[in-house]
Design a protein around this ligand. Structure first.
Ligand SMILES: [Fe+2]
Length: 205
């Protein structure tokens, strides 16, 4: 069975400053994400060795939690980029194109998307993820959330934001809304548009 590995970040640990600190990025990637990868590998190895349905059922929570954690964080890193306003990358810039058109159609404007997304995501009780996803039935963009480390299964993920305390607490303390407002400066809309185009063509959920 193939082992999962921690993917490299596509930028330096300090690339997202001042919006997300180097300290957060290092701990989040090297410690938190690594822990999900290690635990997922252990759960899959135990699942392969399990000899009864009961043993396999007992492992499902660990597979869901750690598998979801690995999927979500792998997506999240690619979802971010150094801020264009800081001269560090393309982060925060939504260029004219199919994603911008779809955002305008679904929400009226990028600012309205940010407002709705931040309100829904800040309202998650406990830990979870905020999502901009493509509804595969209607082919429209929608805002949704998942609890804990549940991956997004109802929609194709276009943008995902980690709202676990480990994602922001060292810099933003308890003020989730400041973190959510800041993160839009480092959202990689080019990556989001690539996912959108894949999703709209139906090639990938
Ligand atoms: Fe996280």
């Amino acid at each position: 069975m193939s082992q999962h590995t921690l993917p490299d970040l596509p930028y330096a640990y300090d690339a997202l400053e001042p919006y997300i600190s180097r300290q957060i990025m290092e701990l989040h990637h090297k410690k938190h994400h690594q822990t999900y990868v290690t635990a997922l590998n252990a759960a899959e190895a135990n699942y392969a060795k399990a000899s009864s349905p009961k043993e396999r059922i007992a492992l499902q929570a660990a597979l869901r939690f750690n598998g979801g954690g690995h999927i979500n964080h792998s997506l999240f890193w690619k979802n971010l980029a150094g801020s264009a306003a800081e001269g560090k990358g393309n982060g925060g810039q939504l260029k004219p194109g199919p994603l911008k058109d779809a955002i305008d159609e679904a929400f009226g404007s990028l600012d309205n998307l940010k407002k709705g997304f931040n309100a829904s995501t800040a309202a998650i009780q406990g830990s979870g993820w905020g999502w901009l996803g493509l509804n595969p039935q209607t082919k429209r963009l929608e805002i949704t959330t998942t609890a804990n480390q549940d991956p997004l299964l109802t929609h194709a993920p276009i943008i995902g934001v980690d709202i676990w305390e480990h994602a922001f607490y060292l810099q933003y303390l308890n003020v989730k809304v400041d973190y959510l407002n800041a993160i839009w400066n480092v959202i990689n809309f080019d990556e989001a548009e690539t996912r959108y185009k894949e999703a709209i063509s139906g090639s990938k959920l």
